[in-house]
Design a protein around this ligand. Sequence first.
Ligand code: PMP
Length: 455
Amino acid sequence: MSNIDQLRNKIDEITIQMLKLLKERTDISKQIGELKKSSGLSVFDEKREEQLRTEVANLCKQIGLDESIGKKFLNFLLNESVKVQSDGKQTHLTIFLKAKTLEQQGKKIIHMEVGEPDFMPSPIIKSALAEAYDKGLVRYGPAQGMPKLREALAQYCTKKFGANIKTENILVSPGGRFSVFLAISTLLNPGDEIIVIEPAWPAYRDCAANAGVKVRTIATTLENSWDPSISEIENTINSNTKMIVLNYPNNPTGKVLSPKLQDQIIELAKRHDLYVLSDEIYSEYAFSEWKSILSNNYPKSIVIQSFSKSHAMTGLRIGYTITDPKIIEKMVKLQALCITNVAEPVQYAALKALEADTTQNARMVKSKISILVDEAKKIGLEFANPDGAMYLFAKINKPGFDGLEFTNRLLDHGVAVAPGDGFGSYRGFIRISACQDEGSLKKGMMILHEVLEEQ
Ligand code: PMP
């Protein structure tokens, strides 16, 4: 046998051995998952992961393996463990779907689990959709979005966010969710790391997992007013870290970062050459001092915006990304591959929606939040007053409280809220959405109180 064949046989043998070990590892991981489930432990265990990460780094040094590759391989394994252990995880969406099934069976449900304005979009949208038809805007178009809409958005953003935004900085997508998916899928590679500050909207984690990207969590606490620690972020950054995600005003806490802390995070990202994915879709509902990261003029920032919340257009599925044209180029390729372009009538409606006055929407959301805050205070929930967004993230101070069990039980009483667990390791929390009329909010909170007292 020639030398190369011998070596090839050896490499095959090693690969087979590695796969056998992977199978053994997966089986053990499943067993750990079952044990975690039965004892109410979170799937995620940052401390354990960190211990192993240090061991891997030391081993790499010892055996002369590139540390970055060693850690990427570890990230792959850790993500596999999360995948096999996350089966049946419940989030606000699971509760929403359960609530919908109950409604189909004739039950009345007060929806305080989803983030969807309960008011209609402006009538401008209705006439714009009809007008689009009359104008023949029912065809394929450029994947990046209608030039007229991108021009209008560039002007709108320049005025709104204090930055010089051009048409080539805009990518129109079917909703903020898809923009997040595009950014994570195109800018990151398997084994790369992304920093997510929790509690967080679950899609960042899910999009990362889908792309084989490892999430490094920065957990924040109610006690610390949901402020992330700069030194913790800095200590988490390593050669595989490629992106940090910000979402302020935040879903679920309603937190807005102080401009100083936000600037410090951007400075840190600049120093380490990280992308900053800033999901700013609640910016219209910021009730304390808020600024877009666009004002920092950092070329590696990717800002996500949407018409869903600001213009109550959730079902029309339209949002946009504001970023460097080089980044747009990458994202647009995947968008073209997946969807060709956003529906033309919807883009036209969005163009017209920019003329609508949304200050009334903001006023309504603010008043709904203040009703929720008053009701929550009356029944003794613990929370930080939201600075914006549409939610209240409340801690239930009862020994052994389990948000998952509670949200399911509350649903049986006709009220849907979201379990804290869907936003990170926050089992003792629930997220209550303010997207209901005053009567329903008060009734929902009354039932919630009754069910809490039952325990
Ligand atoms: N970002 C955040 C923080 C959200 O809460 C949501 C929806 N709940 C989205 C993005 C997605 O919005 P859409 O896709 O409807 O624009």
